[in-house]
Each structure stands twice: as structure tokens, then as C-alpha cells.
Design a protein around this ligand. Structure first.
Ligand code: TYD
Length: 137
């Protein structure tokens, strides 16, 4: 499955910690957009979509939440609860986020600007998009 858990280098000293994220260095793409999700209701399920042409790295800078990743064949559940980790999510992965702690802040870096036309928000359509991809080979 096209995802990867990244571990960032922490610049820690007696004052506290600092992590730096840089495009094409510890973030594996050109960064065009950063957005963050916070104040999420603890029973909310966010996401429920895939992107045919988008790479993202998600950092849970505070609190915790759960990610369900699904490539149409395999499902993987990942708990994000550390600002020292980033979850890289590549193309064609259905994602659902849940179990947000009240303090959860999710920061997302993306390699493209926001484009609603590039979202697949229907699971059946997601599955069909995968078999359409295969037909192109
Ligand atoms: P949405 O994609 O539904 O969030 P999630 O998948 O995390 O549940 O986005 C919520 C709203 O924010 C929706 O109206 C689209 C808008 N939005 C932007 O304008 N820019 C962005 O970069 C993102 C991610 C969302």
C-alpha cells in the first residue's frame, strides 16, 4: 500500500523541541498547500475519500486520532499520536479519520492546491477508479 510512516528528526534542547519540515528533504514532494484540522468532534469521522493525484503527509501535532487506510485490497489502521511522526499517504488510498481526542490538531501538507474535482467521495466509485486504472496498463 502506498503509505509510509515517517519519523522526523527532533531538535531538542533545554528550551523544548523543534521539528522542521522541508520539501523534497524530509517531506517527499513539493509542498503547495498546508491545512490543519482542529476542534473536531470526538465522535466525528472525517475524510471518507481518495485522491487519484495527490500526495499528502499528515502530522498529528497535538493529541491523537486514528487513520483507516484502504487501497481497495488491504486495510490498515494507524494511530497518530506524536508530532515526531508523519503519515505519508500516496495516490488512490481511501482514508477515514476517527477517534479524535478533543485536543487533536492534524496538520496536512499536500503537493497540490485544493481542487474539489480531484476528490473521489464515493466508495464504490473509488473501487471502480482502481479497476479503471488497471485497464490502462
Ligand atoms: P473536507 O475535504 O470535506 O474535509 P475532510 O475530508 O477532512 O473531512 O473539507 C471540508 C471543507 O473544507 C470543504 O468545504 C472543502 C474545504 N477545503 C478547502 O477549501 N481547502 C482545503 O485545502 C481542504 C482540505 C478543504
Amino acid at each position: 500500500m502506498n503509505y509510509q510512516l515517517l519519523t522526523f528528526k527532533v531538535m531538542g534542547d533545554e528550551l523544548g523541541n523543534l521539528i522542521s519540515l522541508e520539501e523534497n528533504r524530509n517531506i517527499p514532494f513539493n509542498i503547495k498547500r498546508v491545512y490543519y484540522i482542529y476542534g473536531t468532534k470526538t465522535d466525528a469521522i472525517r475524510g471518507r475519500h481518495s485522491h487519484p493525484k495527490l500526495n499528502q503527509v499528515v502530522v498529528c501535532v497535538r493529541g491523537a486520532c486514528k487513520f483507516l487506510l484502504d487501497d481497495g485490497k488491504i486495510k490498515k489502521v494507524i494511530k497518530l499520536n506524536s508530532p515526531e511522526q508523519g503519515l505519508f499517504i500516496g495516490e488512490n488510498i481511501w482514508r477515514e479519520m476517527s477517534e479524535f481526542t478533543p485536543d487533536c490538531v492534524l496538520m496536512v501538507l499536500a503537493n497540490e492546491f485544493y481542487n474539489e474535482d480531484e476528490y473521489i467521495r464515493d466508495y464504490q466509485q473509488f473501487k471502480e477508479s482502481l479497476s479503471n486504472d488497471k485497464k490502462n496498463y
